[in-house]
Design a protein around this ligand. Structure first.
Ligand code: ADP
Ligand code: F6P
Length: 319
């Protein structure tokens, strides 16, 4: 291969720039030209591209988000859009593609693979809901963002003897909620994977209240429940004054943690190496600190299960 493309797609996250920078510098070191596509698959279809020399990726390692920008592109979900993208890749002489994104984007990468185009995927989603990798890009930075916010909220909760319901991201995954509950010492984590009984939550909080612990933190994943409704139930059931904080997209940005800078750098380098070794249709992943590569066809159909022990620990440590 003499020319490789790279794009970031779907929900952005910190660490994407680290992966881009590493992929570009790895390719240039191996005398391979790199082309960046702006705005994910949308930019690919439109041919919105730029040649990436080593200066193009200077000063981005410490920046959150993705300097190539990201987007969601319904056109690429259908065959016609995929064919347009393939034609654009051939027109530009691009022989392989690195796709950085979440489960949706990896499905997009698989679509290109099935059209015979060499693609390597890099898992990037703060939800950490991608199988065959211990951690996706952005997760560690998002967790550190959440912990900082929860620690701040715990201060005011104890000052005012309040119960706070804090909503974190995670449409289908309770990873952020359960891990941040453990790391912040929250009393409760409500996750999509487990049906919760609000009366049970309230009885546990009532017991705490009766023991004189007059403030509490309940962390709920956005896909598990409605934070305001939970807060209202707590107030009605036990008289706790409650407040709600929705952390939203704050979790997605910020300077990448050391972990995410290193992970992005490792993923970016390995993705280019795999393409140049003739590999395709795979996703790089982290397995007990080692890098692995798994077929996209397996990744995209395998749900990532939440660690039951993590959930039990969140419940036990929160009492
Ligand atoms: P994420 O990658 O963060 O999960 P999305 O699910 O929004 O984000 O997917 C991002 C983009 O990936 C979509 O806008 C679309 O362009 C592409 N995509 C998602 N699912 C598919 C699919 N099944 N086939 C082809 N392209 C897809
Ligand atoms: O997929 C990652 C994620 O951050 C989810 O946790 C969240 O629900 C979603 O993206 C938000 O999407 P958008 O940025 O399009 O609002």
């Amino acid at each position: 291969m003499k020319k490789i493309g790279i794009l970031t797609s779907g929900g952005d996250c910190s660490g994407m720039n680290s992966a881009i920078r590493s992929a570009v510098r790895t390719a240039l070191t191996m005398k391979v030209e790199m082309v960046g596509f702006r705005k994910g698959f949308l930019g690919l279809i439109k041919g919105d591209s730029l040649v990436m020399d080593t200066r193009a990726v200077s000063g981005i390692l410490q920046r959150g988000g993705t300097f190539l920008q990201s987007a969601r592109c319904d056109e690429f979900k259908v065959a016609d859009g995929q064919q347009k993208a393939l034609a654009k890749l051939k027109e530009l002489g691009v022989e392989g593609l690195v796709v950085i994104g979440g489960d949706g984007s990896l499905n997009g990468a698989l679509a290109l693979d099935r059209l015979g185009f060499p693609v390597i995927g890099i898992p990037a989603s703060i939800d950490n809901d991608i199988a065959f990798t211990d951690m996706a890009l952005g997760v560690d930075t998002a967790l550190n963002n959440i912990i900082y916010a929860v620690d701040c909220i715990k201060d005011t909760a104890s000052s005012h003897a309040r119960a706070f319901v804090i909503e974190v991201m995670g449409r289908n995954s309770g990873y952020l909620a359960s891990v941040s509950a453990i790391a912040s010492g929250a009393e409760y984590a409500i996750v999509p994977e487990i049906e919760y009984d609000l009366t049970d939550v309230c009885s546990q909080l009532r017991r705490r209240f009766e023991e004189g612990r007059d403030n509490a933190i309940i962390i709920v994943a956005e896909g598990a429940g409605h934070a305001q409704a939970i807060a209202d139930s707590i107030k009605d059931a036990i008289g706790f004054e409650t407040r709600v904080t929705v952390l939203g997209h704050y979790q997605r940005g910020g300077a990448p943690s050391v972990f995410d800078r290193l992970l992005g750098s490792r993923f970016g380098k390995r993705a280019v190496e795999l393409l140049l070794e003739g590999e395709k249709g795979k996703m790089v992943g982290l397995s007990c600190h080692a890098l692995v590569a798994t077929p996209l066809a397996e990744v995209t159909v395998t749900p990532k299960r939440l660690d039951d022990d993590m959930l039990r620990m969140a419940e036990m440590l929160g009492i």
